[in-house]
Write a protein that binds this ligand. Structure first.
Ligand SMILES: [Zn+2]
Length: 295
């Protein structure tokens, strides 16, 4: 068992992982960071978890290399969200995949003003907004359902999966309560974001998200920037939110035009400095300050 575990570690960052997974320990793939986090929490020592998206990589445009295709074929289960990464959506096999979007009630994809010519909006490939991990309450449901799925795949360890799923769901519910309380009384309810990732957070905590663009890769038109700047002034917005993996240039231009400043809000599409819970608490602190929430 120990030898098997070491063999897995030794090959985890290189060659093929086929023969490397310890015998009897399911190899589970997570499509990108928040799914990796929840899978590790729920799976604990009973599975090995690898992420398809490397740290620091913007996940939406992920292309799969030969290694990742091989990993997908070998994995007992792949945890993903249909609509985030078209390459992953295409490569997964339905009976060995857990689509977190099927575990929760989704909200419609953001309505959006006209796009400049040539803009491709890949998030419209599904009719719903796929950024569901940014609502801790929905993410708690994902943890519970993932626990059931892992238990079904490996009945010998069912109790462990269910226990850890319950612990994870409880931690996410606590986080949800913190958000509800901290965001209940704020000077403005409007959050202007670099890309429209926070729809679920806005939905849960009764905020209004205005995304400068839907797609982190596209440049908004000057007309779109002027329009959002007008809205920012009208709604007394003090802060335009940017994110680590997207150039802050557009947000800075907009903030200058609206007389606002910028602050980083992490959509958690890549691994943060801490983990999911600590990064969400950092986001909450940023939101409280920026939206003028009291007490
Ligand atoms: Zn996104």
């Amino acid at each position: 068992m120990l030898a098997g575990a070491m063999a897995f570690t030794a090959t985890a960052c290189g060659s093929t992982s086929t023969a490397a997974a310890p015998a009897g320990k399911p190899a589970v793939l997570a499509a990108f960071y928040p799914l990796q986090w929840v899978t590790e929490q729920v799976g604990g020592p009973d599975i090995t978890v690898r992420s398809l998206t490397a740290a620091g990589v913007e996940p939406h445009d992920l292309e799969l290399g030969a290694q990742q295709i091989a990993d997908l074929e070998d994995a007992t289960l792949t945890v993903y969200i249909k609509g985030v990464q078209p390459a992953v959506d295409e490569a997964v096999t339905a009976d060995r995949a857990f689509d977190a979007a099927t575990a929760v009630t989704t909200i419609p994809a953001g309505e959006h003003e006209e796009h400049a010519e040539g803009e491709v909006d890949h998030e419209h490939e599904v009719p719903y907004d796929p950024h569901l991990w940014l609502d801790p309450a929905r993410f708690a449901t994902v943890a519970t359902k993932l626990g059931e799925r892992l238990a079904a795949a490996d009945p010998a360890h069912a109790q462990g999966f269910k226990d850890r799923a319950a612990t994870t769901a409880a931690a996410l519910s606590t986080l949800d309560q913190e958000f509800t309380k901290a965001l209940s009384t704020c000077a403005t309810k409007t959050m202007i974001t670099a890309h429209e990732a926070f729809g679920y957070l806005a939905d849960r905590y009764r905020l209004k998200q205005v995304g400068i663009t839907l797609d982190p890769e596209t440049e908004p038109s000057p007309a779109r920037i002027a329009e959002v700047a007008e809205l920012a002034k009208a709604e007394k917005v003090t802060t335009v939110f940017t994110e680590a993996l997207v150039s802050p240039k557009v947000a800075e231009v907009l903030a200058a035009e609206a007389g606002a400043k910028t602050a980083v809000l992490d959509p958690l599409e890549s691994k943060p400095a801490g983990d999911y819970l600590s990064a969400m608490r950092d986001n909450l602190q940023t939101l409280r300050t920026s939206l003028g929430c009291t007490p």
